[in-house]
Ligand binder design. Structure first.
Ligand SMILES: N[C@@H](CCC(=O)N[C@@H](CS)C(=O)NCC(=O)O)C(=O)O
Length: 253
């Protein structure tokens, strides 16, 4: 039995929801409400001491880290449609992109998201309550990120993050001029990773970087991914930030 602890279908949660849907694997969805800091509650820290989603529970075995979860699904369910090349070169190409996205893209797209959305949420919390909530966060880096989001990221950090996203978008455009997918001829976990962090958010947050005239191959690649049934099914998972999904008490359904 598979169970995925996840938030809205975006970023790292989307990154693991897509393979589960693409591979047609049955799983129990457990929504974790990041806006109510559910990921820092003792019951969740007992599952993932780092206090982050996504988390996969496979028959009681806990797997964390989205890139690790996605490769685990490839290894544990070899009969399901593969999202990883069979040959060593294809695997290496896919892992290169995953490392690039994990180390050089994800946090920089995320900084702009936190600057625009989490900053507003954090400033809305009274300072004593805010420090109480931050004190529960297990990762030092996340504690600092919450504090910085509240006070505001520096212009220099935001400009550097934009530069990193620009480099990533240009690099993907160059790659897609040579191969239909990031790791070669096959749609892989690398495409899913890049799409989950850049496919939706970059067009919303950096319209100047998602001009289809400047990045025509990336625009076509995004359309091909959006047309996939597995991707549509993952994107259709409930978005609990939608007020219509909350009851009058504010509880997420
Ligand atoms: N390296 C981790 C990062 C996970 C991560 O950043 N998760 C975010 C959601 S996209 C999260 O749980 N944020 C809430 C928090 O850190 O308090 C992975 O790839 O799974």
């Amino acid at each position: 039995m598979l169970k995925l602890y996840h938030a809205e279908p975006g970023a790292n949660s989307l990154k693991c929801l897509i393979p589960l849907k693409e591979k047609g694997l049955e799983f129990e969805s457990r929504y974790v409400d990041l806006h109510r800091f559910e990921q820092h509650e003792p019951w969740f820290l007992a599952i993932n001491p780092e206090g982050q989603v996504p988390v996969l529970d496979h028959d009681g075995v806990i797997i964390t880290q989205s890139t690790v979860i996605n490769e685990y699904l490839e290894d544990a369910f070899p009969e399901a449609p593969p999202l990883r090349p069979a040959d060593p070169v294809g695997k290496a190409r896919m892992r290169w992109w995953n490392k690039f996205v994990d180390e050089h893209v994800m946090n920089y797209v995320s900084m702009h998201g936190w600057h625009r959305f989490i900053g507003v949420l954090a400033r809305g919390i009274e300072s004593g309550e805010f420090e109480r909530l931050v004190a529960r966060i297990p990762l030092h880096e996340q504690r600092e990120k919450w504090r910085t989001a509240r006070s505001g990221f520096s212009e220099a950090d935001l400009a550097n993050a934009t530069r990193k996203v620009q480099v990533a978008v240009d690099r993907a455009e160059t790659q897609l001029a040579q191969t239909p997918w990031l790791a070669g001829d096959m749609y892989t976990l690398a495409d899913i990773n890049f799409f989950s962090h850049c496919g939706m958010y970059v067009s919303r947050m950096f319209p100047e970087l998602s001009d289809a005239r400047k990045h025509p191959r990336l625009a076509g690649w995004r359309e091909r991914i959006l047309a996939r049934a597995g991707v549509q099914a993952a994107l259709a998972m409930p978005d609990h930030t939608n007020p219509q999904l909350r009851t009058f008490t504010g509880e997420a359904r």
